[in-house]
Design a protein around this ligand. Sequence first.
Ligand code: PEP
Ligand code: MN
Length: 360
Amino acid sequence: MENSAGLRTWLDKMNLDHPLVIAGPCSAETEEQVLKIAHELKDSDVNYYRAGIWKPRTRPGNFEGVGAIGLEWLKKVKEETGLKTATEVANRAHVELALENDVDLLWIGARSTVSPFIIQEIADALEGTDKIVLVKNPVNPDLSLWLGGVERLYSKNIKNLGVIHRGFSTYEKSKYRNNPEWQLAIELQNKFPDLPLILDPSHITGNREMIFDVSQTALDLNYDGLMIETHNNPDKAWSDAAQQVTPESLKQIMRDLKIRKETDEEADYNNKLTNCRAQIDVIDNSLVEMLGKRMKVSDEIGKLKKSRNVAVLQSKRWNEILGKMIMDGEEKGLSEEFILRIFKAIHQESINHQEKVVKG
Ligand code: PEP
Ligand code: MN
């Protein structure tokens, strides 16, 4: 399905002069709330109005959505504001109800994408639909699982597809609620350049303060759109309160974002340069993160060596590492001289860390 013509057309056909914007509350709470937010978003860049009707909660006992009645409210949104509507579906019954109620865009949540059984059930229920269907990444950073979801839908003749990067959960503490794995999304984009790629900065950050920066990174990486949770009274929201923004803030975010348009050669050159730089930034960040992790492991080794009174420098082990890295580097087009310089520096830092531990 690589480069399959037509996949991108639903977005191309919209002929937007800005990224696609999907906005609205995490959850539909009351009819009044749903309509109020929709009216406030009516005259803005928002293309689709989102509201979760069935909420997948990690643990029981939280608000689990208003259910099918919310679809009536979304119909009213369309009638009163002209905004198209979007909601999450997680099983056959959801799909049937959403289609009956003429929801325009359906997305598959991160907890559904992890399960081939669920994705297959949804794909079967959606067979042949011309609705837009967006697949969120699975909660774990597994590109095949994500692509598998897209392929299951595509093979049921569902052509208006796209994907949403909403970040990945990790056991380690991070400043994000769900870590963005930019590299993984870039790989997906390289494999399927015709599949619109949308960012969900709300579930990535978990925190409204960081939404702007993460959205700008996405646009620099040529993302096609944003899905941003928007609520009239974010702090009082029944779910995901900390990450929702007001309609006013959403409009401000959209005004402040630098949107790069490919209009002429110069702009095309600048776009490509910005895109490459954004990729370099992502890679540099992960290099520093990995180095930090490596030094933490060195600290552990330092503790072990201290407990056994073993010398910090173990030449045999070090020569083995170097030999292997030189070989691996060669395969990736990296010169021996470069690998030696880099690894000597890393090794020195590692020794410094261990000595600090050993000397207490
Ligand atoms: C949502 O968009 O409301 C949602 C539940 O998202 P996710 O599947 O990314 O957790
Ligand atoms: Mn949410």
